[in-house]
Write a protein that binds this ligand. Structure first.
Ligand SMILES: [Zn+2]
Ligand SMILES: [Zn+2]
Length: 270
C-alpha cells in the first residue's frame, strides 16, 4: 500500500464555477478513486482560494466584506462538489485558521533564513481608488514588445515585469493613471537560488519540454527577487514586527508549502 496525495486546484472564491472548472478538476477525482480502488491510502485535498485582490474588488463593488463574498462562494463550491459526487477527503478554504496558521508559521521560519531581506521600493498606488495595487492590477504597455500587458508578466513575450517598468501604467480597476509611493517590504532573494534551480531542472528530465525551456530562460536572463508582502487589507497578516499593517502577498501564501527550506534542511517541504 502506498500513500498517495492528490492535490486538486483551488478555485478562486470570487465568482461561480462553470463547466470548464469542473473539467479541469475531474481528473484529480478519477485518480483518487483509482488509487483507492487498488488499495492505496489516498489523501485527496483541495479548497477555496479566498484571499487576493479579485475577492476584495468584488466585495467593494457589492458593498460586502471580502470574508462575506469568499464564504458565499466557498459554500456554493462545496455544495456543487457534493452534488457532483467529488470524493475529496478534505475540502477547506484558505481563510480557515488551519491554513492561516500554517502559512504564518512557515513565513516566520522563512524570515529567519538568509534569503529574506527588507527593502524600500516604489509601490504602485491609485489615488482614485485610494489603494496600493497588486502588480497584476496595473496595466500598460510592455517595455520589451510594446503589447498591452499586466504589471507582473507579459503574456506575449513572457518577460517578468515590475509595474514601474511599464509604459503608461494605469489602474486596472478604475483606468486612471497610477502613481508610485515608497514602502518597505520583505523580499525573497530568488537571485541567490540560481544554482539550486539549475540542478533541479537538470535532475528532472521528465518535465515537459516547455517547462524546462521556460525555467532555463528565466535562470539565464537572471532571476529577480520578489516581494513577499504587500500593503493590502485582505489576506494573511505578516508575522513580523513592524509589518503588522501589511499582508502576505498572495503568491507567497500559495507557495508556502513548496518553498525550498534552506533555513532548516535544504529539502523541498510540502
Ligand atoms: Zn512583452
Ligand atoms: Zn484605481
Amino acid at each position: 500500500m502506498r500513500n498517495i496525495l492528490v492535490g486538486g486546484a483551488w478555485p478562486y472564491a470570487n465568482g461561480s464555477l462553470h463547466l470548464g472548472h469542473i473539467a479541469g478538476l475531474l481528473p484529480g477525482d478519477v485518480i483518487a478513486r483509482y488509487h483507492r480502488a487498488i488499495g492505496d491510502k489516498v489523501y485527496y485535498v483541495s479548497g477555496s482560494d479566498c484571499h487576493g485582490t479579485p475577492v476584495a474588488i468584488r466585495a467593494k463593488n457589492e458593498n460586502k466584506s471580502p470574508q462575506e463574498v469568499s464564504d458565499y462562494y466557498h459554500e456554493e463550491f462545496r455544495d456543487c462538489f457534493e452534488r457532483l459526487g467529488f470524493s475529496y477527503d478534505v475540502y477547506t478554504k484558505t481563510s480557515s485558521e488551519e491554513h492561516k496558521n500554517f502559512v504564518r508559521q512557515f513565513h516566520e521560519k522563512l524570515y529567519k533564513s538568509n534569503y529574506v531581506y527588507e527593502k524600500e521600493a516604489p509601490q504602485a498606488y491609485c489615488d482614485c481608488c485610494n489603494n496600493f495595487l497588486a502588480d497584476r492590477f496595473v496595466t500598460g504597455k510592455c517595455p520589451k514588445c510594446g503589447n498591452d500587458t499586466r504589471g507582473d508578466q507579459c503574456d506575449f513575450c513572457g518577460t517578468v515585469l515590475e509595474p514601474e517598468g511599464l509604459v503608461d501604467p494605469v489602474c486596472a480597476i478604475c483606468g486612471n493613471r497610477i502613481s508610485f509611493k515608497n514602502a518597505t517590504h520583505l523580499y525573497i532573494a530568488i537571485s541567490k537560488m540560481a544554482d539550486q534551480l539549475k540542478a533541479l531542472v537538470n535532475n528532472n528530465p521528465n518535465w515537459r519540454k516547455n517547462a524546462i525551456s521556460f525555467t532555463n530562460r528565466y535562470i539565464n536572463e537572471g532571476l529577480k527577487d520578489r516581494a513577499l508582502t504587500r500593503d493590502l487589507d485582505w489576506g494573511i497578516d505578516v508575522p513580523k514586527e513592524g509589518f503588522e499593517d501589511k499582508k502576505i502577498y498572495i503568491w507567497a501564501e500559495k507557495y508556502s508549502g513548496i518553498f525550498i527550506c534552506q533555513s532548516n534542511c535544504g529539502r523541498t517541504k510540502w
